[in-house]
Write a protein that binds this ligand. Structure first.
Ligand SMILES: NC(=O)c1ccc[n+]([C@@H]2O[C@H](COP(=O)([O-])OP(=O)(O)OC[C@H]3O[C@@H](n4cnc5c(N)ncnc54)[C@H](O)[C@@H]3O)[C@@H](O)[C@H]2O)c1
Length: 249
């Protein structure tokens, strides 16, 4: 139980990678705040965490709103007494060719995928420093933070910023005993990819095993990154991409 009684917030906890991360963290002994825009989904996952014998509360949040992320951090401490970590993971995609992408389409993704990570780091770290807690942040970036994808000008920009903020955040917070790392998933089999098998097949072949990655495979790395065994991983973004960034199809 490497994370026994550690209090960790997971955003986007209702689905996909976030849900699996909640379960993986709970299995290591953590108590969770399952935060999501989708409250019913967050409540269901909180129930699954409780069934594993850990404490869990659901919280409805729009991570693109600074005041809501601050309220989320306050809620965690109010309900569970402290804050040891935060998985800034909630995100969306909005794919459009660049010439058709309006500023609103660009800003929507920047606000949800990028600014959310800044708010999580800012309010989470302020609270940890106030409490005198040493802890860790994990931020969900993407392979698309490193390579361009057609129709993803907004998403590429946001995820590259998450890679950068993981570095800068680590540098700023190291003196407080707080680590910040990124995780860069490849194509993970979650609802964000849609449900058209024909659209998923060309994604699968971009992995060395020629299949989509299951969200548990990202969650297990995320849970590890919160533990002391990962204390020397700091500022970097760890790819969980089954080789995507290492070969050309
Ligand atoms: N699935 C992939 O292939 C893949 C690849 C690389 C990176 N990612 C990233 O992983 C993260 C998790 O995605 P996933 O694949 O699990 O998708 P998902 O759609 O299953 O889960 C995303 C969750 O985030 C929540 N969410 C969306 N906007 C929100 C907001 N404004 N406030 C609060 N919650 C919000 C959704 O309700 C949902 O529960 C995202 O940041 C995504 O960009 C996913």
């Amino acid at each position: 139980m490497e994370l026994e009684n550690q209090v960790i917030i997971v955003t986007g906890g209702a689905s996909g990678i976030g849900r699996e991360a909640c379960l993986a963290l709970a299995k290591k002994g953590a108590d969770l705040i399952v935060a999501d825009f989708n409250l019913a989904g967050a409540e269901a996952v909180a129930g699954e965490v409780q069934a594993l014998g850990r404490k869990a509360h659901a919280f409805k949040v729009d991570v693109s709103k600074a005041d809501e992320v601050k309220a989320l951090v306050d809620f965690a401490v109010e309900r569970l007494g402290t804050l040891n970590g935060m998985f800034n993971n909630a995100g969306i995609g909005l794919v459009k060719p660049f010439l058709e992408m309006e500023p609103a389409d660009y800003l929507k993704v920047i606000e949800v995928d990028q600014h959310s990570v800044y708010y999580g780091l800012l309010y989470g770290a302020r609270k940890m420093v106030e409490l005198g807690v040493k802890g860790a942040f994990v931020n969900t970036a993407s392979i698309y933070g490193s390579v361009a994808a057609r129709g993803s000008f907004n998403y590429n920009a946001a995820k590259a910023a998450v890679v950068s903020m993981s570095r800068s955040g680590a540098l700023e917070l190291a003196e407080h005993g707080i680590r910040v790392v990124g995780v860069a998933p490849g194509f993970i089999d979650t609802p964000i990819l849609g449900d058209d098998p024909a659209a998923k097949a060309p994604l699968a072949i971009q992995h060395m095993h020629n299949r989509l990655i299951q969200p548990e495979k990202v969650a297990s790395v995320v849970a590890f990154l919160f533990t002391d065994a990962a204390s020397a991983v700091n500022g970097s973004t760890v790819a969980v991409d089954d080789g995507f960034l290492s070969f050309k199809v």
